[in-house]
Design a protein around this ligand. Structure first.
Ligand SMILES: [Zn+2]
Length: 274
């Protein structure tokens, strides 16, 4: 029986990498960027990284050689969570430089389509800018995305909205969604008897914390100023079935998305000064 093509970027040898670079169409490279931060009294600090690893491993297995996933960059921008024991924070300038240089390294070998895959809300702006730096430095197609619907539900918003049990306010952080994803991926690391329901966060006309709903402005406060236990949402509503559905939907759509993404042509620039 032939083994599945390797999907872990760093498990290839350099001659295998050379062959991957020569394949047409080329594999898309995903660079996950996560966090080690508090996720309530019921989930481990590794939650964002665990969700990234679990979804991207499944997407990698299903992509049949069309996806290569680098190791997770494990620490993100987390100063605003430092009142909770254990959080690790890296300043925003270092995060941006580090993630951009990882993407640029991949592009310098000749990969043309790269996803920076965010796992933690406050990394989002950094991922956008790191992708931009990579495009401007190398000319490749590099974009920021996420597989964590609590960061941005864009990929799976329809399923999230129709299948969550908790109703408005249930999805934010260490919430119905993230708890369900962990019940699916690492159930022995979820303490459901300690799962809180905290849906008392701000809900204004133009701003709200319920992530399937859009806010008209972006704002992030110190977490200890508005969240008693590091939860924003209804973790008690989480079920393994909801987690399995979201995991399955995300992995399926991620593979579909990367195959669409790599059809974006790398075009020549035109100098209009002449
Ligand atoms: Zn999280």
């Amino acid at each position: 029986m032939q083994a599945d093509p390797e999907w872990r970027y760093d498990r290839l040898t350099w001659p295998q990498m050379k062959l991957a670079l020569a394949r047409r169409p080329q594999p898309v490279v995903a660079i996950p960027f996560g966090a080690v931060e508090d996720h309530g009294p019921h989930l481990p600090l590794s939650t964002d990284n665990d969700i990234l690893e679990s979804v991207l491993a499944e997407a990698g297995r299903r992509a049949g050689g069309d996806l290569l996933v680098t190791p997770v960059i494990p620490f993100g921008l987390d100063e605003h969570h430092m009142d909770f024991p254990g959080t690790i924070t890296i300043d925003m300038e270092t995060c941006l430089a580090y993630v951009a240089q990882a993407a640029i390294s991949v592009a310098r070998h000749g990969f043309t389509h790269i996803f920076i895959v965010n796992g933690h809300g406050s990394n989002q702006s950094i991922c956008d800018l790191a992708a931009r730096k990579c495009v401007l430095a190398t000319g490749c197609i590099c974009a920021a995305t996420t597989v964590n619907a609590a960061v941005s539900p864009a990929l799976v918003a329809d399923v999230l909205d129709t299948h969550r049990a908790g109703g408005p306010g249930s999805v934010g952080h260490a919430c119905e969604y993230e708890t369900a994803m962990m019940l699916n991926a690492l159930p022995s690391h979820v303490q459901m008897d300690r799962a809180p329901r905290d849906i008392g966060q701000l809900k204004l006309k133009y701003f709200n914390w319920d992530h399937p709903q859009p806010s008209a402005y972006a704002w992030q406060d110190w977490w200890s100023r508005f969240s008693a236990e590091g939860v924003c949402g209804d973790a008690t509503a989480a079920t393994p079935e909801f987690g399995a559905l979201m995991w399955e939907t995300t992995a399926t759509r991620f593979v579909e998305m990367l195959r669409e993404f790599r059809t974006i042509p790398v075009r020549d620039r035109v100098d209009h000064h002449a």
